[in-house]
Design a protein around this ligand. Sequence first.
Ligand code: NAP
Length: 455
Amino acid sequence: MASVTIINPSTGEKIDEYSRITAVEASEKVKQANTAYQEWKNTSFEQRSKLMNALGDEFENNKEMYAQLATREMGKTIGQSRKEIEKCAWISRFYAEHAEEFLSDKPVETEAQNSYVNFLPMGIVLAVMPWNFPFYQVIRFAAPAVMAGNTGILKHASNVQGCAFALEEAFRKAGFPEGVFTNLNISAGDVKGIIENPDVVAVTLTGSDAAGRSVASIAGANLKKTVMELGGSDAYLVLEDADLEEATSLATLGRLQNNGQTCIAAKRFIVLDGIYDRFLELFSKKMEAAKMGDPMDETTYYGPLARVDLREELHEQVEKSISQGARLVIGGNIPEGKGAYYPATILADVKPGMEAFDNELFGPVASVIRAMDEEHAVVLANSSQFGLGSGVLTTNIEHGEKIALQLEAGSSFVNKLVVSDPRLPFGGIKNSGYGRELSSYGIHEFVNIKSIWIE
Ligand code: NAP
C-alpha cells in the first residue's frame, strides 16, 4: 500500500509514515460526509456555534501541542506556529459569532407580497490545501463552510499529514458529529476521482497556480464551483519619503517570516531611484543579521524551507535570475549540513523578464527593483502575472492611499505588511486566483444564494 513519509525539514530525519487510503476507502469517507451533511444542514446556528466555539477552545487549550507539530513537520519557527494556532481560534470564534448574521435572509423590495434572498448549504466541499500554514489554511476554509451547514473533506499537502489528522481529531474533540470534517490521506493524483464524485459539490484550493489550473479544469468539466487561492509575487513600493529604518525592518520581516514561504509576503521591493542605494545597504545589513537556525529555538528568526526539493527549486531560480543579469547582494548559496536551510538572499537590479521578477520565489529571497519615478513604480508593480497582495511604504499616508488604489491586487496595505484578518475578505486576481475567503464574502462562496418570491 502506498504511504507518505514525513521528514523534519530542520534535521532531515523521518518523523512519521502514514498509509494512503485507497480509492474505495476515499469514496466510503465521502459517503460518510454526505450522510453527515443530511443531518448537519438542518442544525441551528446556535448548535453549530457551540461546537465552533469549542473548536476555538481546543486550539487555545492545546496550542503548544499543535504548534510543535506544525514546526516539526514544516519548519516554521515555534513562535510563529503558536501565533498560527491562536489565529485558528480567532477564526473559529469569528464565524461562530457572525455566521448567522452573514447568512440571515436579506429582504428585497419588489412587487411581490414578500421577496428575499435566502442562503442555504450546498453539500460537501473538498479542500486541497498547502503546507505553509498547515492549520490556518484549513480553518480558513472549514470554519465558514461548516458554519454555513456544509461538510468538509480535506486533501492536505503530503508533507503535513500529521497536522491533517490533528485537525480531524480537533473537530472530533470539539464535539462535531463524525463526517462533518474528514481528512482524506490521498495523493494529488487521486483528487480527480473525488471531484468527480457526485456527492462533492464544490472545491477550494490553496496552492500553486499549476495545481490550481489542474483542479479548476477538472472541477469545470464537472460543473463544480471553485475558489482558487494561488501564488503571488507581491510588490512593495518604497517611496522617496519612506522612513528607511522602518521600511527595511518591515521588508526583512516580510521576506523572512514563515521562512519566506508566505503567499502574501512582500517579494518584489520596488524602490525609488533616490533612495535605492541606501535602502539596499540597510536592508542587506538587517537580512544578514537575522538568525537562521533550529525553528524550535525561541531566538531563531527564520528556519529551513519545508522540503529539500523546494530548496533546489528556489536555488535554481536564484541562479537563473543571476544569469539573466540580477546582482547577488547577499546569500544565494546552499549551506552544508542537515536540513533544508537556505540563507536570506537579496537580488538587486531585478527587471521584468528575469525569473525573480516574473515568477514567485517561495523562500527567503528578496528581489529589489529600481523605479525611476512613482509612475514607473506603479507600472512595474502591475507588470506581473499575479495579483494577491501589495504594499506602499511612505510617510505621506494620503498619498500612499492614492498609490495603493492603483495597484492590481486583492489587497493593498499602506505602511504595513499584508496580513489576513477574518473581518476582511482575502483573495487574489489574475493568476493569484479568484473568489474570496474570510469575512462575509468568504462564507457566501459555498452557499446556495436562493431567491424567494411570495405572490
Ligand atoms: P502545491 O504544490 O500547489 O500544493 C498545494 C496542494 O495541492 C497540496 O495538497 C498538493 O498535494 C496539491 N496538489 C498539487 N498538485 C496537484 C494537482 N495537480 N492536482 C491536485 N492536487 C494537487 O503548493 P505548495 O507548494 O503546497 O504551496 C505553495 C504555493 O501555494 C505557493 O505558490 C503559494 O503562494 C501558494 N499559496 C497561496 C495562498 C493563498 O491564499 N493565495 C496561501 C498559501 C500558499 P501534495 O502535497 O500531495 O503534492
